[in-house]
Each structure stands twice: as C-alpha cells, then as structure tokens.
Ligand binder design. Sequence first.
Ligand SMILES: [Zn+2]
Length: 255
Amino acid sequence: MKNSFKLLALLFFMAGCTSSVPATPVTETETKSLVFKNTVVSLTFDDGDADNYSVRSALAENNLPATFYVVSGFTNSNGYMTEDQLRDLYNDGNEIGGHTLSHVNLEDVRGADLEREVCQDRSNLVAYGFDVTSFAYPFGHYDDEAKKVVKDCGYGNARGVSDGPETIPPVDGHGLRAMPYIVSDTRFPKMVRYVTEVENSGGGWVIFVFHHVCDGCDQYAIKPQVFAEFSQWLGEQQSNGLIVKTVGQVMAGDQ
Ligand SMILES: [Zn+2]
C-alpha cells in the first residue's frame, strides 16, 4: 500500500515535470532558425495617401526602402501627401513611382487621354526632382495599348496587383506580379507566411501592395500596429539573408 502510494506520487511528480516543460518557444525557435537565400521583398504603397507618410520612421528605422506609387494629380490635395512629404520619403532612400494623373482605369482611356494620364504624371514627378522608373497600373488593369504607352513614356517597369510571387528576373517587367492586397483584416502572421512560403518553395520576389495605413479608415488599409510589427520583423530578417529593396532597385539588378 505504502509502496504503491509512493509509485503514484512519483508518477504524479513525473507527469508534473513533463507538463511543466516550457510550452512554446516553438515560434521563437522557428524565427531564429530562419535563413533566407533567395527571397527578395518589395514594399509598395499605392495612391500617395496622406496616411502613408506615417510609415516613414518605421521604414527608416528598420532599413526598409519602399516604393510609393503616386497619383500626381492628387498630390498636395486633401487626403494625399504633399510634394514636400514625397521629397522626405525620397531623400530617405525610398522610391517614388507613377500611378497616373487621376487614377483612371487605363483600359478605359485611349489615345491622347491615355498618354496624358501616364506621361504627364511621370513628367510631374520628374519635375519634382525624382528619378522615376517604376509605374503601377491603377486597379491593376491594363492591356497591350496601355502597356505600350507606359513603356513609351519612359517607365522601365510596371506592377499589377495579383498573381504573385514574381520571379527574378520577371517574365514581364511591365506586368509585375504582386501578392494579394493587404486589407484591414490581414494579420502579421499571414504576412510573414507570404515571405517564408516563397523562401521554402525555392525563393522569389514578394511584392506587397499597401494602400491606406490606418485603423479602420478603409477596407484596403493596414493597421499601423500590424505594419510596425511586420516592418520590425523584416528588419530583423535582413540579418538572416532576407533582401528588401524597392521595385526599381530590383529591376536594376541592384540586389
Ligand atoms: Zn491605386
């Protein structure tokens, strides 16, 4: 009786020991063991929304150059970044790209209107003093005529909004493939998975598309807290081999 009580007590003790083993450094261990050999990330922001300026410090602190596609017809107007704010971002090492003069669907405009939307937008941004080589199609919509005008206006590359991840070099530099939109319920772990899954399947180019940065102002918005968390993670992963570059830098082979 006494012995079996001791045995039971011992079993309870052992069970206690087992269950008291710390449960979860799993995620931490996984993160620490990450190694990136073939993955490049580009952070892209569409439309030049005023709230985009709020990510400036997170980008700079984590050594993350990003690409901002600007609708120059809206610059300096209510709800959009000013010319000076764009210049701040540019001087930090971010890229300023074009996104048309008034955010039109390029399949809906032809001829002189199409040229004006693409070329005048680029001229405006060049006049601000930016080196402008990258373009993003509004709504991701384009056809052969739109693509030709984009090329003829001097853009070295153009981004869509779907079908990512992209390869390096891309199949079509004027039809760059991006990851699904980041929206208001996109969470940090999912964004991490977009990156790690590409590395785990051999590598590639992960182009993120952001719009607003705010808590609840828009469906197509990333919460500031989620962006802060993600940018810190990206910053840390650079010491594990992850490369973060602007679209223009990747296309120029500057990796
Ligand atoms: Zn847009």
